[in-house]
Design a protein around this ligand. Structure first.
Ligand SMILES: [Zn+2]
Length: 65
């Protein structure tokens, strides 16, 4: 588990960094964050497709870029 504060690699399951004492993120926390980011990514992809669709209507010549 890498410390987000100092970058020190800590053993799995450690709650605090051995180097600087900062609280290490728990696995559950990380998984929850990852799930939230995945949701954002999907939302982003949807928006990206929407944007592509709009651009293809307005600027058909740009599609070849
Ligand atoms: Zn640290």
């Amino acid at each position: 588990m890498k410390c987000t504060n100092c970058g020190k690699e800590n053993r799995k399951g450690m709650l605090f960094c051995m180097e600087c004492g900062a609280k290490l993120p728990e696995e559950k926390e990380i998984l929850e964050k990852a799930a939230a980011l995945e949701e954002l990514r999907q939302e982003f992809e949807k928006l990206e497709q929407e944007r592509e669709g709009l651009l293809s209507q307005l600027l058909p010549e740009r599609r070849q870029a």
